[in-house]
Design a protein around this ligand. Structure first.
Ligand code: FE
Ligand code: FE
Ligand code: ZN
Length: 279
């Protein structure tokens, strides 16, 4: 594998090996970066932090040659920091606060977040930046990365304007970033064939310095479908050639790029996908 490029995948984290198991899984796919959920993605249940084997994980990680900054964490995706209901919103804030604290304990730098949902993007963006400012009072060094969303329902973050509005109102600019998802960009209506054009637009509207992580996925649906259904690499509407351009773009080489593609016959095919993307 070309070690001057960072390409990996989402891996599981489960009993009894937890983080150590995640690392082994990533290495078995030939990944040199990876992403985990520190609990169940669709619920707020999570194993206690002292069960995760942090110390032995850090030792094994060092041996593997993978940088701790390239171990990305993803928040549970059922939270909503832009909820109009204050009780539900503060519950989501508690969850984010806990995720940040878990990242600090593990040593992970990048925490990917689905910004939230609100019928009014203006209100939604304000609520999200307010929540992040609040959480950042106890956040030392975890960069919260807003994911570009497909635009399902009333998702915030389905265009660069939303992201720039949120980032503008976040006080500590060192603790905020963006995670671009190629499937979501496509589904939200962005033509991603020309990588430079997309990065230029992002640089103008948001700032390239905020781009920290990428999710590399093909899409089952066409541009602007607002669907968010991932496809295996080369099996969707984006195609292998375009995704290869993203993976091998000089400006993106140093950033962790994570596959979140579907399993085939009950098994991930990340090893094959990593290989063909780097060819
Ligand atoms: Fe996501
Ligand atoms: Fe994603
Ligand atoms: Zn998705």
């Amino acid at each position: 594998m070309k070690m001057n490029n960072k390409l990996g995948c989402h891996v599981s984290m489960s009993a009894p090996n937890y983080l150590l198991g995640s690392l082994n899984e990533a290495v078995s796919f030939g990944a040199n970066c990876f992403m985990i959920y520190t609990g169940s993605p669709q619920s707020f249940r999570k194993p206690p932090i002292d069960k995760l084997n942090i110390a032995s994980f850090r030792t094994a990680l060092k041996k593997s040659g993978i940088n701790i900054n390239d171990v990305v964490v993803h928040c549970p995706y059922i939270m909503n920091l832009a909820n109009n209901d204050p009780t539900k919103r503060s519950f989501s804030m508690k969850v984010l606060e806990d995720e940040v604290s878990r990242c600090m304990k593990i040593g992970c730098k990048y925490l990917v977040l689905h910004p939230g949902n609100n019928i009014s993007p203006e209100t939604g963006c304000k609520l999200i930046s307010f929540a992040i400012n609040q959480i950042n009072r106890k956040n030392k060094n975890v960069v919260i990365c807003l994911e570009t969303m497909a635009g399902k329902g009333v998702e915030i973050g389905c265009n660069f304007k939303h992201l720039s509005q949120i980032i503008n109102d976040v006080e500590n600019k060192d603790l905020i970033g963006v995670c671009m998802d190629t499937c979501h960009l496509n589904d939200s209506g962005t033509n991603i064939i020309d990588v430079d054009r997309v990065l230029n637009e992002f640089d103008q509207k948001v700032g390239l310095e905020y781009l920290k992580v990428l999710h590399i996925n093909d899409s089952l649906n066409c541009i602007g479908s607002r669907k968010d259904r991932h496809a295996n690499i080369g099996k969707g509407t984006i195609g292998l050639n375009v995704l290869r351009k993203w993976v091998n773009h000089p400006l993106l080489k140093t950033l962790p790029k994570i596959l979140e593609t579907p399993y085939v016959n009950g098994h991930p095919i990340y090893d094959k996908e990593i290989k063909i993307l780097l060819e």
